[in-house]
Design a protein around this ligand. Sequence first.
Ligand code: SAH
Length: 267
Amino acid sequence: MGGFVALVGAGPGDPELITVKGLRRLSSADVVVYDALVHPDTLALARPAAELIAAGKRGGKPSARQEWINATLIEHAKAGKFVVRLKGGDPFVFGRGGEEAEALTAAGVPWEVVPGVSSAIAAPAYAGVPITHRDAASSVAFITGHEKPGRAESRVNWAALAQGIDTLVFLMAVGRLEHIAAQLIAHGRPADTPAVIVRSATTSEQATVAGTLATIAERAATAGLSAPATLVVGAVARLHDELRWFNAEPSAVLAWASARAVPVTSL
Ligand code: SAH
């Protein structure tokens, strides 16, 4: 019998933010092909007998690596294995999940996608920034800070983003903050628009830097903010001051909630 591939979102960082369905798939897979951003505690939820394959470190060029990943998924599925392709956040949000699904379809391998909590949503949430708000934001866009290398013209429509969308969430934004802020200001977004950048959201390493389009790049550089980080721009970013709630230290309330929780193993 042929195998199967589940493209599973592992969530943004905190291993508890995987879905119940994703966890079930992970705990029954024969082979788990995982990305660099997946937390070791998440991998520990795989069957002890499962073969774990790191997808983050192979190959020189990113394209060679992607071909190798596609081939690995196809090879194990064709050998009759149940393969989980475990990806950070959501597989179809800047995760190359679409390319993998196309490769599997072309190879005749059956597959499914188990959505995950994207860092595009979780990073703002953990910084106390609601990406929509009845008083401040009716639209939101997710944008890559790094476009496919070699593309002659930017596919990002800066004027449309700057003027037409209330909340802008940039992934892969570290190292591109100056460029992003300059483009938005040049295309009509006020320089005093609030902005927050969140690193390693949902983990004990979470850090945030707040400012405006005019100041955010310099403040992030001063703070030495490193990847992975997500940038939120728009009026809602101002709420960070008032609504920041996440403390990497476990709180008494959370300890109480965890103590009452159903053990993961019995889900
Ligand atoms: N599929 C993933 C995104 C992969 S692209 C998702 O849905 O979350 C990788 C980018 O995601 C990083 O450059 C960063 O911008 C963002 N990211 C991933 N984990 C993050 C985290 N814990 N905190 C903040 N941003 C994160």
